[in-house]
Design a protein around this ligand. Structure first.
Ligand code: HPA
Ligand code: ZN
Length: 335
């Protein structure tokens, strides 16, 4: 282990971009398929992993939605969440703000409450058994209509106190932020924070829309902002937190090689970058692997790694006092 690898391993950090359905490891997928009598189109764990060879976002999404079919009961969602938190705790993640896609489950006949109660049970166990705090972000599927997003927000109302925010994910190109202006405004009225995936595959114009029309509090990915000088300056001036996901970008061919990853340029231009795992079971690594593989590929310094860990707490939706406490822990560790 290099010095920097060991340093990253012990660094306190938050994870701000994690789809809980994307943390479903093939082993648990098989276990749940058996437990629930659901058939999956694979013979073995190895065959599942071999299928994870994607050439773009849609390739991945097709397999990711199919994988989620094994999730049926409250216990399944609790097991899924707790398995993620065990991995996160091993990476010194102290706080995680996790996305879930309710429509992926309600459209299969799984009740909204089953999903939420299961995830919350896993999050509660993470706090008591592992000391990892967390928040839940309800993500709308952008390939569906705004009307369907509104129906989902309606289902969420009895559970509102469980959510910290809403997000926007799934197939980006052809589904711009402008499609969801009204439902984001309604979520804001309910007191929720707003996130959106933007500029992963979509053009810089979608990033402008996420800022100007959705009024997001945090941007997921944001890579293609680097094609637009005015966006770079704006994101820097506003200190917009970007939840960047290097191994996801590699697996989904957003970058050809990790050596070409925009993080060093983002940091140089003063952007508020954080590193995250996105869908770790599908992309080949949890949060520490994202830090370590990127650091190896582009030659990050200890100072840059520390800055991003601090950004992860600062960019979280925690109360200010808690942010400051965690940021002081990062400083103490760095010293
Ligand atoms: N992009 C868009 N939608 C997603 C992703 C992603 O990386 N992961 C899960 N849903
Ligand atoms: Zn994502």
């Amino acid at each position: 282990m290099t010095d920097l690898t060991a340093y990253i391993a012990g660094l306190p950090k938050a994870e701000l971009h994690l789809h809980i359905e994307g943390s479903l490891e093939p082993e648990l997928m098989f276990e749940l398929a058996q437990r629930n009598g659901v058939s999956i189109p694979f013979d073995s764990v190895e065959a599942v992993r071999a299928a994870y060879d994607f050439s773009n976002l849609q390739d991945f999404l097709d397999i990711y939605y199919a994988g989620a079919n094994v999730l049926l009961t409250r216990q399944d969602f609790e097991d899924l969440a707790f398995a993620y938190f065990q991995r996160a705790a091993a990476d010194n993640v102290r706080h995680a703000e996790i996305f879930f896609d309710p429509q992926t489950h309600t459209d299969r006949g799984v009740a909204f409450g089953v999903v939420v109660e299961g995830l919350i049970a896993g999050m509660d166990r993470a706090k008591t058994e592992l000391g990892v705090t967390s928040g839940l972000i309800l993500s709308f599927l952008r390939h569906l209509t705004e009307e369907e997003a509104f129906a989902t927000l309606e289902m969420a109302k009895p559970y509102l106190h469980h959510f910290i925010g809403v997000g926007l994910d799934s197939s980006e190109v052809g589904h711009p932020p402008s499609k969801f202006v009204r439902v984001f405004a309604a979520a804001r009225e309910l007191g929720l924070k707003l996130c959106a995936h933007a500029g992963e595959e979509g053009p810089p114009a979608y990033v402008h829309e996420a800022l100007d029309l959705l009024h997001i509090d945090r941007m997921d990915h944001g890579n293609r902002s680097m094609e637009d000088e005015s966006l770079i300056q704006r994101l820097s001036a506003e200190q917009m937190t970007l939840t960047v996901c290097p191994l996801s970008n590699l697996k989904l061919c957003v970058v050809k090689d990790l050596k070409d990853h925009p993080v060093p340029e983002m940091l140089r231009r003063g952007l508020h970058v954080t590193l995250n795992s996105d869908d770790p079971a599908y992309f080949g690594g949890y949060v520490n692997a994202n830090y370590i593989r990127l650091a190896e590929a582009v030659g990050l310094s200890k100072e840059q790694v520390t800055e991003m860990a601090k950004n992860s707490f600062e960019g979280s939706f925690l109360p200010d006092a808690q942010k400051l406490k965690y940021m002081a822990e990062v400083d103490a560790y760095a010293a």
